[in-house]
Design a protein around this ligand. Structure first.
Ligand code: ATP
Ligand code: MG
Length: 561
């Protein structure tokens, strides 16, 4: 199922709700949101949707947005993830100021709230095992059964809960459950677990706790403690909202409003920290920031800009219905952004040498080239030209088919910003591979202009051989060969990894002006695409990553509709 995306969709139902609340003076007309990642992996483009929504909504209504690490699970969380999450949010251009919180800082308060619930007769300690609890819970069509421990006295519950906290029981021996309704049509309301025993150290609280709150118990409390006004989350929590409200109402504390929106799904990739972690830990990719990864760190290293990502998120809009967005739209947004910003250069990725026989042996000319045809203020630069140059191998054919208009023996083409050249002969090695193409040039066509109105059918790029700098270029393609790598129940997503998702070109020849680039700079190689200078560059060899090729698949898709 593919969702049709209208490029100019701007109706954001969440903003409509907020505007109504502001008009009614709800929450003292404050807007306070939060972005609540669990630090169990690097953030992906789906999280970018949530970050942008939360932070830009706060910005729009002069409100605040907190960063809150939802670190209630002691098992999987790491310092590196906390660091990368902060870095990603800053890179996207947002600021949580002094409001970076950890859910684990509220453990004591959460415990007190649980005690309060027990005293009210609204929570009990249950000795059923995890399997039994599941069994007693029932199904969507069948009501659940009350736990035999449901009617424990408040005092006994209190005593047992304190013992749970004191570490007197092993993992899984007991849970604390809310006493709601085992026949509620909403399964989440059937006496949900609010604390479980886990003898496990926590990155923030160390060995202080051996009982940990569940997501449902913790999340609403975190929002309430932080005075969040609008708690924006993804649709899978819609069925949890009654529970969110129930907890806060029973505790008689401030209750934020939970609003759900559709998560972002993108084709040819996947959005799950757990599964992305598997790609990293089993070395299917080179780390969380591998440019093929849909992580924010990966996109950054691929050449994505915060502006391109924001444009993408704006175009897909915020809605209540789930859909799958075409990754071509994301690529289109990057191309759109870089088209305005990236300076043009010439780079030959798969070089073959051309010798211009009638050009003086030792001469070098500095020819003028335009830095960005769409932006006059970007100016011009000088590019050296000499007798021996490189062109792309596939810009020459010995035997040219009918519609091939580039270089072949006897045909004239334009060298961008330079001259018209005509191929006269080729040199081959003993394997029959072409090693050199010999040409003549017409000195009257300097700058690539014909003096007599003579037409050529194509213009190709080139680099002066003696001036060229060497580079490795990583050509990236989609990470998966199918639209939905998680769509086949029989097969693992790993079976759909694209074996050609990375090809390294090792003999690239680039114009010398690229020498002064800094890591992270993005440029266009004319006729090829947009490339970013990677941190793996050395003094000897530059390393570029392909951000996007020039050909826009999204435009084609839109035309077909
Ligand atoms: P994952 O399964 O990738 O770990 P998650 O939802 O468990 O995702 P969290 O760290 O809990 O990850 O998410 C932080 C916030 O980002 C949550 O509010 C969540 O709803 C939101 N979020 C996560 N994935 C998406 C997505 N694909 N689109 C939009 N928002 C998302
Ligand atoms: Mg999660």
């Amino acid at each position: 199922m593919k969702k049709e995306i209208e490029e100019n969709e701007s109706t954001n139902f969440i903003h409509q709700i907020i505007e109504k609340d502001l008009l009614e003076g709800k929450n003292g007309s404050r807007v306070h949101t939060r972005f609540p990642p669990e630090p169990n992996g690097y953030l992906h483009i789906g999280h970018a949707k949530s970050i942008i929504l939360n932070f830009s909504t706060a910005e729009k209504y002069n409100g605040l947005c907190n960063l809150r690490f939802d670190d209630t699970n002691p098992m999987k969380e790491e310092e590196e993830y906390v660091r990368s999450i902060k870095e990603n949010i800053k890179w996207l251009g947002y600021d949580w100021e002094d409001r970076c919180y950890f859910a684990s800082d509220y453990f004591e308060k959460m415990y007190e709230y649980a005690v309060q619930l027990i005293k009210k007769g609204k929570a009990y300690v249950c000795d059923l095992s995890a399997d039994e609890i599941r069994e007693y819970r029932g199904t969507p069509t069948q009501v659940g059964k009350n736990s035999p421990y449901r009617n424990r006295e408040n005092d006994e519950n209190l005593k047992l809960f304190k013992k749970m906290k004191a570490g007197e029981f092993p993992n899984g021996a007991k849970t604390l459950r809310a006493k709601i309704d085992m026949s509620n049509p909403n399964i989440n309301m059937r006496d949900p677990i609010i604390y479980r025993i886990l003898h496990s150290a926590h990155q923030n609280t160390g060995n202080k706790w051996c009982i940990y709150p569940t997501y449902d118990w913790a999340h609403g409390l975190e929002d309430s403690i932080e005075n969040i006004t609008h708690s924006l989350c993804t649709l899978e929590f819609e069925d949890h909202r009654p529970l969110y409200d129930w907890f806060l109402n029973e505790l008689e504390v401030y209750r934020p409003q939970q609003i759900e929106f559709a998560r972002l799904n993108l084709n040819y990739t996947m959005m799950s920290k757990r599964k992305l972690n598997e790609l990293v830990s089993k070395n299917y990719v080179n780390g969380w920031d591998d440019p093929r990864m849909p992580t924010i760190s990966g996109l950054k290293r691929r050449g994505y800009t915060p502006d391109a990502i924001k444009d993408f998120i704006e175009r897909i809009g915020v809605a209540k219905n789930e859909g799958i967005v075409d990754i071509a739209l994301l690529e289109h947004c990057l191309r759109d952004d870089l088209n305005k910003k990236a300076l043009r250069f010439m780079g030959v990725l798969d070089p073959i040498k051309v010798v211009i026989d009638n050009y003086p042996d030792d001469k070098t000319e500095e020819l003028e080239a335009i830095n960005n045809p769409g932006d006059e203020s970007a100016g011009t630069r000088k590019v050296p030209f000499s007798k021996e140059i490189y062109i792309e191998k596939d810009d020459f054919m010995e035997v040219a088919p009918k519609k091939y208009y580039r270089l072949t023996i006897g045909r004239e083409v334009r060298l961008r910003y330079a001259y018209f050249i005509k191929a006269t002969s080729i040199v081959k090695d003993k394997n029959g591979e072409i090693t050199e193409i010999h040409c003549t040039y017409d000195p009257a066509t300097k700058g690539g202009n014909s003096p007599d109105g003579r037409k050529v059918k194509s213009t190709i790029h080139w680099v002066s051989a003696k001036d060229a700098i060497d580079a490795n270029v990583r050509m990236y393609d989609r990470l998966f060969t199918v639209e939905n790598p998680l769509g086949d129940k029989e097969k693992s997503f790993k079976e759909f990894l694209n074996p050609d998702s990375l090809k390294v070109l090792e003999n690239c020849k680039l114009e010398p002006n690229l020498k002064n680039l800094n890591v992270g700079d993005t440029v266009q190689f004319e006729r090829k695409g947009y490339f970013i200078l990677d941190e793996d560059s050395t003094n000897k060899d530059q390393v570029f990553n392909l951000a996007v090729p020039l050909r826009d698949k999204w435009k084609k898709i839109r035309r077909k509709r």
